[in-house]
Design a protein around this ligand. Sequence first.
Ligand code: SF4
Length: 261
Amino acid sequence: MSWDARQRAMLAEMGFRLPAAAAVAAEAEVVELAEPEPQAPVAVVPPPAIVRVAAPVMLAAPAAPSGFAGLDLPALREAVSACRGCGLCEQRRHAVFGNGALQQVQWLVVTDPPDEADDASGQALGGQPSGDAGRLLDRMLLAAGQRRGGDAASAFVTPIVKCRPPRGRAPQPAELQACEAVLAAQVELLQPRLVLALGLQAARRLTGLTEPLGRLRGRVHRWRDLPVVVSFHPAYLLRSPADKAGAWDDLCLARRTLQAS
Ligand code: SF4
């Protein structure tokens, strides 16, 4: 159970400080990251002690992935780029399939719909000016022991709908329902062990609840038999850095949930 200097630096870049006194007090509940190299033990502020599992919610049945069933990941990406499964195809520049590990993942990170930069680049939180949010997300994932790039990639990041709604409006229920077929196919191929929902629209769709984001955080929901943890979208965290500590609590909850499963 330890944190190395690089992980501490990443937490600092997230805006999460590790006060010395709190670190000592937290020593009994140090969180361990899956890092290959030996590390000096360093304590962190403990996450909430209790993992509360919300009662399963009754969701509308996911759209049948009939149009995407049986495809491998490259073929699914290609199919999504040409998808006309809902009206959002009309004004998109690029469908945003997502990026990350190309085989079984630990975390599937489902974000709010693509922004203008994502629509232009076709990359999930990868284009400019959303690059800052993408970099913050990558640092958050790294600090939690997950990566969406490189040989050791263990996470995949994808939006809740793959095409940007016009003028950034919220996706409509029929659009969410249509695109859930794509998400279902991604789950079938990537076999994640946990879903991290970032942003209000992703969180509400995956939990089936309409509560404010703050009330969806801090507990474990379920979607398609997978545990779902809710947190802030990294673009929001750039505007509201005071909430980065709360985001860190959410990542710790996700880590504990995965370890307990
Ligand atoms: S939002 Fe999803 S279902 Fe709608 S056109 Fe894009 S990829 Fe297809």
